[in-house]
Design a binder for this molecule. Structure first.
Ligand code: ADP
Ligand code: MG
Length: 341
């Protein structure tokens, strides 16, 4: 009896007290990729800026002030100019997580590969795929010794135990946070949405990294499609999710060129200096943490399915692999979310 009364009261309250959330949509570009947003809001909040604008601003300032290797305004640019730099707490935390993933992946993931990445110049492939000049083996072998997270730690022995916020790069080293920028952006966005009580749910994608947040007005689950690497116009299946998650995919179809009939993609094996050849076509990582999901997707791509799954689980994340033959494998925990088409 008492229970029935409470239930009726709750239904009445939600029936007249709340308005149905409205959907804000926006597609724009930042971090060299497409940002696509769907945000549900109940009413206009106390912030003067709309949440979709605030999200774009957050991504752009993360790029301009912190992560870009190209913009002179960023901390990474300053580090790469070989100035000793007092790191912001934000970049410190990002780099600490990156180094942890480097250590646990045996160097399969390594943000100190900047010298190699510049040599391969992957960022320009899409714009002019006819005239791509790939580096020769000699050039690659000369750039390899300039890379390695171990060398960064040797140069800064007191940095990792947080004794000093100052970091300086060994001679010739360049940092490249291209593998984690989008994931780091998702973490910022999740924080920003949480501060706005008018936001009840959202799906936001920054390139191949996606954040689900809150809930949809009808409480149905979020469905995040997983692209078929062999035919990117279709999907192999989808993840069915409730609440807050980060999903990152690294795939050989995202950026590649064909030179003399051979296909080269943009994820490098830091041990060889060449695009990795682990037999993986794509990896999707599911994690509560955006930065981790992005770092792990790159690491797992290089490691291959077997070692990659162990690495993901080590970080409390789930992983799904599609190999070059189209075979799908996944961690046990992923099975409850994945639906095959
Ligand atoms: P995408 O940028 O397409 O989402 P990833 O997240 O996998 O793909 O990141 C690939 C980018 O990361 C490359 O363009 C390069 O800048 C950098 N990168 C390539 N290989 C590695 C690696 N083994 N470790 C860390 N960063 C890498
Ligand atoms: Mg990545």
């Amino acid at each position: 009896m008492g229970m029935a009364v409470i239930l009726t009261a709750a239904v009445l309250l939600s029936g007249c007290g709340r308005r149905e959330p409205t959907l804000l949509r926006k597609t724009d570009t930042a971090m060299g990729t497409i940002v696509s947003q769907s945000i549900y809001v109940t009413r206009s909040g106390s912030h003067p800026e709309s949440p979709t604008e605030a999200v774009m601003d957050a991504i752009r300032s993360l790029e301009e002030e912190t992560l870009s290797w190209r913009l002179e305004t960023s901390e990474i640019y300053r580090l790469n100019s070989h100035e000793e730099t007092e790191l912001s707490p934000e970049l410190s935390e990002i780099l600490q997580t990156c180094l942890k993933v480097s250590e646990k992946s045996g160097g399969a993931f390594d943000v100190t590969i900047g010298a190699l990445a510049r040599l391969w110049n992957m960022d320009t492939w899409a714009a002019d795929s006819e005239n791509v000049q790939l580096p020769g083996e000699e050039q690659v072998l000369r750039a390899l010794p300039l890379c390695g997270y171990g060398k960064l730690l040797e140069e800064n022995p007191s940095w990792q135990d947080a004794a000093s916020a100052k970091l300086s790069l060994p001679a010739g080293m360049q940092l490249d946070l291209g593998a984690v920028g989008k994931g780091a952006a998702l973490d910022e966005i999740a924080g920003l949405l949480a501060e706005r009580e008018e936001v009840t749910g959202a799906v936001i994608s920054v390139g191949g990294s996606i954040l689900t947040y809150g809930e949809k007005p009808d409480r149905s689950s979020f469905k995040v499609a997983i692209v078929n690497p062999a035919d990117t116009s279709g999907n192999i299946g989808y993840l069915e999710l409730q609440g807050q998650w980060c999903i990152s995919t690294s795939g050989d179809y995202e950026r590649f060129v064909e030179v003399d009939g051979k296909r080269y993609h943009h994820i490098l094996d830091p041990h060889t200096g060449f695009p990795s050849e682990s037999g993986v076509s794509s990896v999707t990582i599911l994690s509560e943490d955006g930065l981790l999901s992005d770092a792990l997707s790159t690491a797992c791509f290089v490691l291959g399915a077997e070692e990659g799954m162990a690495l993901a689980q080590n970080f409390g994340a789930e992983a799904l692999f599609v190999d070059n033959g189209g075979n799908i494998s996944m961690t046990e925990g992923m099975e409850q979310y994945f639906h095959l088409y």
